[in-house]
Design a binder for this molecule. Structure first.
Ligand code: ZN
Ligand code: ZN
Length: 265
């Protein structure tokens, strides 16, 4: 037999097949990322427009919060009727324990479609959900931060162990997109220096203890005098954001703002 196949050594043929398979799946990933065919949350068909991940109905169902909130950490003050909350008011925690960041804001509340997207991104390792959230972050930015231009967009990273388990670091993906859209520098300045169990089932005090000294700076980093926009998926008690911001301000960052896709209530 003198077929072309027999002329190529077996090992090379295998390598070629692996290469072809990788190229095909990479191509599919790229085209699906640019032109996802279905809405990520309701699976309705989407128009072939780049960077569209949600149908307009789902995009409209992101629950934004327009009521009074803590001027620093952004915690909603749920008020009833005509109760008045003075502008610049702080929540109890920010009054007694001022955080090392200047302000934390979120696109909306951790409910409905925003929550679905975060869960898809976190537990199903869905990169498109991260791109969709980054789009929402970019869109809501001016209404939350005005014309503030950070010197660095910094994601709050996962520990390597968790990263390997999930195969994507959601905050890094979101921060990369936000930075790219705005033309701001993305800086991977923070490292998780020890693995921490998930925060979701811990009390407020438990969360604080869990993330204490969890972060360090990457070795080459010089944040002196720089303003930082920290990016994460959800802000709950703010314990993680406080810890990450503390590392940056201790190293001389002049101002740290926290921007998350969602705010837990
Ligand atoms: Zn939809
Ligand atoms: Zn507060």
């Amino acid at each position: 037999m003198t077929s072309h196949d027999t002329l190529v050594p077996l090992r090379s043929r295998r390598a070629l097949r692996t290469f072809q398979r990788t190229a095909v799946s990479l191509g599919r990933l790229i085209s699906d990322s640019l032109f996802p065919r279905k809405c990520l949350t309701c699976e309705a068909f989407l128009p072939d427009r780049p960077n569209t991940y949600l149908c307009s109905a789902c995009a409209g169902q992101v629950v934004r919060y327009h009521g009074p909130l803590c001027d620093t950490c952004g915690q909603p003050f749920w008020t009833f009727g005509e109760s008045f909350v003075a502008e610049g008011a702080l929540c109890g925690l920010c009054r007694t324990h001022p955080p090392p960041f200047l302000a934390a804001r979120a696109v909306g509340l951790y409910r409905g479609h925003l929550k679905n997207l975060v869960l898809l991104m976190k537990y199903r390792s869905n990169a498109q959900a991260a791109f969709a959230l980054a789009g929402l972050l970019a869109e809501a930015y001016p209404s939350l931060f005005g014309e503030f231009v950070p010197d660095a967009v910094v994601p709050i990273p996962l520990h390597t162990e968790r990263f390997l388990e999930r195969e994507l670091d959601q905050a890094v993906l979101m921060a990369r997109e936000v930075a790219r859209n705005a033309g701001w520098p993305l800086r991977l300045w923070l490292r998780r220096i020890r693995p921490t169990p998930p925060q979701s089932r811990l009390s407020r005090a438990g969360r604080r203890a869990n993330v204490r000294n969890a972060f360090g700076l990457a070795p080459w980093v010089r944040p002196e005098g720089r303003t930082v926009l920290l990016i994460d998926d959800v802000l709950t008690t703010g314990a993680t954001a406080r810890e990450a911001a503390r590392v940056l301000t201790r190293a001389g960052a002049s101002a740290v703002y926290v921007y998350t896709a969602a705010r837990a209530e």
